[in-house]
Design a protein around this ligand. Structure first.
Ligand SMILES: [Zn+2]
Length: 107
């Protein structure tokens, strides 16, 4: 986990919207952490019944990313099922460093 400025964290969150709007085409998406273009990848993991789950978004250049839980998996997006084995998850989702907004409370 690494703490980043709130604006950078927001840019990561905005990528989820970009992914949804582009139907998953991240070729033109820019990494908020390292400014690399076309390095963003993502994966939904969730329940096929409710289509509720989480999304991991990461950069294949700097391996920073975010994890957002309790999201709706939009129609047309592939997802891995909840409870699938670690090897399946690891084959798809790299071990990336999660960015978190810098906490303002203890400053
Ligand atoms: Zn990056």
């Amino acid at each position: 986990m690494v703490e980043v400025e709130v604006t950078m964290f927001k840019n990561w969150l905005d990528l989820i919207g970009v992914i949804q709007d582009s139907k998953g085409d991240t070729e033109l998406a820019k990494c908020p952490s390292c400014d690399c273009v076309g390095s963003i990848d993502f994966q939904y993991v969730g329940s096929k019944e409710t289509r509720i789950g989480y999304i991991d978004v990461w950069c294949t250049s700097c391996y920073h990313g975010i994890h957002m839980s309790r999201v709706k998996v939009p129609d047309g997006f592939e997802m891995l099922p909840f409870g699938c084995d670690d090897a399946t998850l690891a084959a798809r989702i790299p071990n990336f460093t999660r960015v978190e907004p810098v906490s303002l409370v203890d400053k």
